[in-house]
Write a protein that binds this ligand. Sequence first.
Ligand SMILES: *[C@@H]1O[C@H](CO)[C@@H](O)[C@H](O)[C@H]1NC(C)=O
Ligand SMILES: *[C@@H]1O[C@H](CO)[C@@H](O)[C@H](O)[C@H]1NC(C)=O
Ligand SMILES: *[C@@H]1O[C@H](CO)[C@@H](O)[C@H](O)[C@H]1NC(C)=O
Ligand SMILES: *[C@@H]1O[C@H](CO)[C@@H](O)[C@H](O)[C@H]1NC(C)=O
Ligand SMILES: *[C@@H]1O[C@H](CO)[C@@H](O)[C@H](O)[C@H]1NC(C)=O
Ligand SMILES: *[C@@H]1O[C@H](CO)[C@@H](O)[C@H](O)[C@H]1NC(C)=O
Length: 465
Amino acid sequence: MSAPSRRTRVGRRGGVALFHLLCGITGVWGSQVVVPQRVSAVLGKNVSLECRVEVGANLTLTQSSWERRLPSGSVTVAVYNPQFGISIPPEFKPRLRFRSPSPYDASIVLENVGFSDVGIYTCKVATFPLGNTQASTTVSVLVEPKIYVAAGSTALIDGGNETVVATCIAERARPPAEVSWESNLFGQSEVQLFDEANGTTSTQVRYLWQPTRHVQGQTLTCVVRHPALHGDFRIPYQLNVQFAPDISVVGYDGDWYVGREHVQMTCKANANPPAHHFRWIRLDGEMPEGVEIINSTLLFLRPLHRNDSGVYRCEVANDINLRSRDVRILIQDQSQAERSNSIAVAGAVMGAVLALFLITVFIIVIHSARKAPQPAFTDKVIDLPPTHKPPPPYSERAPAVPLGVHASQVAWLCQSRRAERAHAATDAPQPPTATRPGQQPSRLEWVSHQGGTERVYINHREHYV
Ligand SMILES: *[C@@H]1O[C@H](CO)[C@@H](O)[C@H](O)[C@H]1NC(C)=O
Ligand SMILES: *[C@@H]1O[C@H](CO)[C@@H](O)[C@H](O)[C@H]1NC(C)=O
Ligand SMILES: *[C@@H]1O[C@H](CO)[C@@H](O)[C@H](O)[C@H]1NC(C)=O
Ligand SMILES: *[C@@H]1O[C@H](CO)[C@@H](O)[C@H](O)[C@H]1NC(C)=O
Ligand SMILES: *[C@@H]1O[C@H](CO)[C@@H](O)[C@H](O)[C@H]1NC(C)=O
Ligand SMILES: *[C@@H]1O[C@H](CO)[C@@H](O)[C@H](O)[C@H]1NC(C)=O
């Protein structure tokens, strides 16, 4: 008996292993009839009752059949005989058939399963010369639930009391369905079971949660698990949390100044349901003239005045509530750019003053160093080429800058020097007045050389040596 079964296993190992994994096997290994231990049929659907016959090469299948065990005894529901054909009793004929009758396969299909089909079914095989073998399978009938999600009875309002968001229902299941809510909110689920007279159970799971607007639009998922379903059944449910307007004002950049044109402020509101009322008012006085309000925008139709400074309020309402936001507007005398420009100008003026001060100090230092005359140095200075243009008289030049000079004075000074330089450039060349060799330049002339634009060769090293 073990020899034929081993032989059949050689070629079908994969299939046999899978079959055992899925269905289990009835009887000891080596049995010639293989059926699953349990079969779950779904109410109203078709079910296959598998029966595989492992017939060795030396054996001949005489007949295979299915019997149903009832309290009153066993009844035959289907017979297959390779020689005589198929026989099914009239009461089963309309909804029972062999799937693919052969000496190796005695599986049947029962259609439109009802509760009355629950029970134990036996697959019997007669072979020659070994005789009968059989195996039984237990059929249970599952009832697939009707699944749906019902919204809570009240709207979800931000900040409201804990309330039922939604109820997930798996109606009339057998066995009872496993129902749960999947979410990352901090809510809680409440399970209720209702048993029906016919052995089915309805499961209702309510999801309770205290609404907050931060999760507006997020999704909850109802997950239903039931043996009659292929995998988890998931139903998403989108939250709709209503909340009062959340207002922001755009358009005031903090740089509103007298004379600025085309300025406006818009009140933006995030609200659910959408806002239906917008209003701009001024809190510290009358709304100024020359201002237009279009929907949520406050427009200045004219250049800004100083007295437009004030506190403005935007009001927004939706079905939930009315909210407002205040904006304090300050109209400056100058734009920010102008203000920073004047700071830059002041800085530049101070820098110029400092530079002039340093030059003055330098000149004074040189003066004091020149108190003792140095012939070697003056020789160099007077040794000018004949085309040398003489510096203008000292009286025309800018005076040495006194300490603590005022900015306006410095400006004047710069201007006069520029003018003088221009004058020197356009003037016709004058006869050279270079000091005669051997003659010492006066101290004043030396200074003018220093301050003038003329290039004078001065070797400082020689001077100080
Ligand atoms: C059951 O089988 C019959 C016949 O093969 C078919 O017409 C019917 O659609 C099947 N029912 C289901 C629910 O699969
Ligand atoms: C099957 O038949 C072969 C020869 O035809 C024989 O050797 C073998 O023992 C037989 N097996 C069984 C189980 O009878
Ligand atoms: C919230 O619940 C408290 C106590 O349960 C109740 O007094 C209050 O009226 C509820 N508020 C709302 C808005 O339903
Ligand atoms: C079970 O009973 C309920 C009423 O109690 C009925 O609505 C439902 O259809 C029945 N289900 C079946 C499978 O008979
Ligand atoms: C003001 O709102 C209404 C409807 O709310 C819209 O039809 C109209 O175009 C809006 N006006 C402007 C200038 O946006
Ligand atoms: C605001 O100032 C402008 C000019 O500076 C003047 O025409 C206008 O009347 C003033 N408005 C108020 C309300 O004082």
